[in-house]
Write a protein that binds this ligand. Sequence first.
Ligand code: GTP
Ligand code: MG
Length: 228
Amino acid sequence: MVPTYNEKENIAALIKDIFTSAPNIFIRVVDDNSPDGTARIVQELTNTYPNLSLMRRAGKEGLGIAYIDAFRAVLAEPDVRSLIMMDADFSHDPKEINTMLAKLSDYDVVNGSRYVTGGGIENWKWYRRLLSRFANFYVKTILGTKISDMTTGFICLNKDVLKKIDFDRISSDGYAFLVELKYRFFKSGASFYEHPIIYRERREGQSKMSSGVIWESVWLPWKLKLGI
Ligand SMILES: Nc1nc2c(ncn2[C@@H]2O[C@H](COP(=O)(O)OP(=O)(O)OP(=O)(O)O)[C@@H](O)[C@H]2O)c(=O)[nH]1
Ligand SMILES: [Mg+2]
């Protein structure tokens, strides 16, 4: 699953790279009617790649809602057994997909982690690194999870873990959504494996990081902890 919003510079190259690394998987792009025409590019590529599909949403509602809609759709598809979530901007390396998927035979969730041995971040400015480190420390301290990297969106999971989650209770977006999702998996008893990844700054296009996204992440762990 690849959520997109204005990723026209990245999406075609990413799809090609994913199919080169993992030719037998299915890619579903979940686009929020990107004004830059990302969906049109993907739609055209479905003629070249039979394993590619597009979920077209009416408008920008955020990463969280886009993923939840895509989860709901996939839960109704009996042939899908496992999922991998990844960003469209090349921050997540398609070459990791096979190794991560293979680990699903032993674990429910395989979390792409920058903060385990072998993991790391390339070409991020010092303040993004600091913010990410602090966010992870903050969230883990409040929630008491053992997961090293709560804020990456490179996540592989057995579809069954989704069945235990009440999506109606999730309202967060962006980083907060990723934290909430991992927390809810953790609370439902899912086993986690942390696969080291090297995270890279987006290749092209614009970041959707905003102060609203950060403030939501400050409040979220308290909300989860207090169950409100
Ligand atoms: N469908 C959908 N996808 C989104 C939305 N917002 C962001 N995305 C996608 O979610 C992924 C992560 O978003 P990014 O903008 O890369 O966020 P980020 O990684 O925090 O920021 P960068 O540092 O710029 O990479 C990308 O593939 C985006 O295109 C949205 O509202 N809807
Ligand atoms: Mg990104």
